[in-house]
Design a protein around this ligand. Structure first.
Ligand code: HEC
Length: 123
């Protein structure tokens, strides 16, 4: 029986498929805007984030800290909970909390909220 090169390639295919699965098939997320390029408003939002959110959320990763990582929050179609990723829903979650996440409606000002949203859009 002859063993053609094509046949040996075919034998490797299942292994290649398994590797792809292991590596995760979803395309990589776009990187966040670097801090050095933030506008003054986005920079203020970043400070609000560090003060109020960073202990539970990683801004540069999607891994869970206490809450889900927020990398590419608005660049994806859906939030971790399955709601559409839009200002309305994210504002609601920040003001009213969600599950284990505390509400911030009484602790952050309108201005802080606006700047925080601007910052979240850079992730
Ligand atoms: C004490 C920890 C904690 C803090 C502080 C916190 N979060 Fe969360 N957050 C969570 C947890 C836990 C969840 C997941 C909630 C769930 O789905 O039950 C979450 C979920 C979220 C979600 C996803 C909501 C969804 O619908 O999937 C967003 C966006 C979010 N937080 C933003 C923020 C922002 C912005 C701040 C700062 C103002 C903040 N969080 C502060 C714990 C926290």
């Amino acid at each position: 029986m002859e063993s053609s090169p094509l046949r040996s390639v075919c034998k490797l295919l299942p292994a290649a498929a398994a590797l792809l699965l292991l590596a995760g098939c979803s395309p990589p997320l776009p990187p966040s805007k670097p801090l050095s390029e933030l506008t003054p408003q986005e920079m203020h939002g970043h400070e609000v984030f560090v003060d109020n959110c960073a202990r539970c959320h990683d801004a540069n990763d999607t891994r869970v800290l206490h809450g889900p990582g927020l990398q590419a929050l608005f660049k994806q179609k859906y939030l971790p909970s399955g709601f559409p990723a839009n200002d309305e829903r994210v504002t609601f979650v920040i003001l009213h909390g969600h599950g284990m996440m505390p509400a911030f409606g009484n602790t952050i000002s309108q201005e802080q909220l606006r700047d925080l949203l601007a910052y979240l859009h850079t992730l």
